[in-house]
Ligand binder design. Sequence first.
Ligand SMILES: [Zn+2]
Length: 569
Amino acid sequence: MDVSEPNQSLALPDDARTRDGVATTESAQHDHVKEVTNHARQEEDRGQAARQHGPPREDAEARRGRRRQERLARLMRPWWVEDPALLARELGSLAGAGFTLIHRGLTDGHNLQLGIARKKRRYQLIFEDDYPRGGLVLAQSLGPRRVQGYARHGVLRDRPATLAALRQVDEYLAQPRVQTGGRVLVPTEWRSLPEGAHGTIAFGVASSAQALLPLRLTGVNDALSARLASASGPLAAAFPYSLTGLWASGPALPGLERHTGLFAHVEKTLASAHGLSRSAIRRRLTSEVGALHVPDGYYRSSWHFVGRRPDGRPIVMTTVPLARESLGDRAPDARVLASRHVAIVGCGAVGWAVAVRLARSGVCRFTLYDDDQLYVGNLARLGGFIPDAGALKVATLADQLQTIAPSVTVRGHAFAVGRHVGAAALLEGAPDLLLNLTGEELSTDETNIAALRLGVPAIFAWVSNGVAAARIFRVRPFASACYECVRESGPPVIRSYGRIQPGDVRPWRGSVLDVEAFASTVAQVTVRTLRGDAVSHANPDHLLLDFGGLTPRARRIDIPRDPRCPRCR
Ligand SMILES: [Zn+2]
């Protein structure tokens, strides 16, 4: 996120940006060159006119020299001298928007520079040489959180470029940051550091902005820095935003648990370690996190994190120890599943619930395929939340999976297998298992072909309309019947409350209670397949589920391979 990587340089940006009102420096320079050429041509014309009207008193050489000087002087006259009305208009619009002018000066490159303030916030404006001719104005916030915005003069009809640039700055400044009472999750590895060090520290921030994860720090040797970064790495996906801070090691104080005492102690330690004045550290902590490391034996050292609210009030955050291994204690198959890659076609009610169960069981790598958006109605059956409405199912599910457990990586594809892409797309990343949870024919054929081509198992599972019954069917390529063999054998039809016709946009009937019971069974079969369990009554290739009772009743079905199958013979 831009805001966390403030650009301290006052140079005008040279990258092309596509937002309205924002020009590239290159085109601005081009205009400038054109303008210079025009000026020169006008000067020549005027010179010729003068020659015709009166007898020259200077000799030709001196006259040419004087004209050259005049021309240069005119070209070097800054725009605000040439066009004072424009500057007056700019200052007027700033005053109208509540800004006070506190400084006016020049940059090293002789650009006009204005220091302005509104409420407690201070900004700087820098105008390009050719501002009146469509040049840029750069706005930058001053103080600890330096962010920039820029806009081009004359592009926006409704408001001056200066106000547009300032508005960008304010928008960046309003983006998420740590809130009061935030929590900092500290991996076990971070609890041992040498004494007496200090430096900067980078945090990842969760979307909720309430939880932080330390990612990297400076001020220690490279090996230690790399070890700490790699401890946080597997968790980083759950903390997409970034924030910077300062840290220092120091002694604990008795009675540290007292909120204000702890805060003052951390702030004082940081100020002295970093050679900052109390007011400088105070200012920095309104936008950065302060961290105190208290060494106390190899695995017993502790961290304290503080900040200040925008109004200056101190915040002491909660430190939460984070032992990644403790997840494995409760997921017995996690060690085996960690290296497995599962591709899931269809991320609806069934696919969503299966994916979540697999991630909690220890599967770390997923590829998801689904072109649907998530709507409020979907929340009745799948694990999204109201703010996710309108987002792609694959995107929201990917976010969730990555926050369920460390090291989970997800690739989401918003296209429909069978309609937009074929089997070849499913070969990406060579998954160890394919799951088709669409209950739909076209993608099922493509999944079957991909499984045979990869030589990896595929599991097909779907519920009937109304969840009266369900089917789970596993293809072990060239060892069990493939999907085509089964289709040819005409298996028993599952019980259903009517059929959903292709193209019918109404949702199928069924409660989350039944769907999740079904998803648990599908996840169970998936885990047994990934573990490499032998085929047995507890791990069958073909299973029918009857949802007539309190829990679904399972019936195993055996379907042999078809020796004439066009797909797998
Ligand atoms: Zn077959």
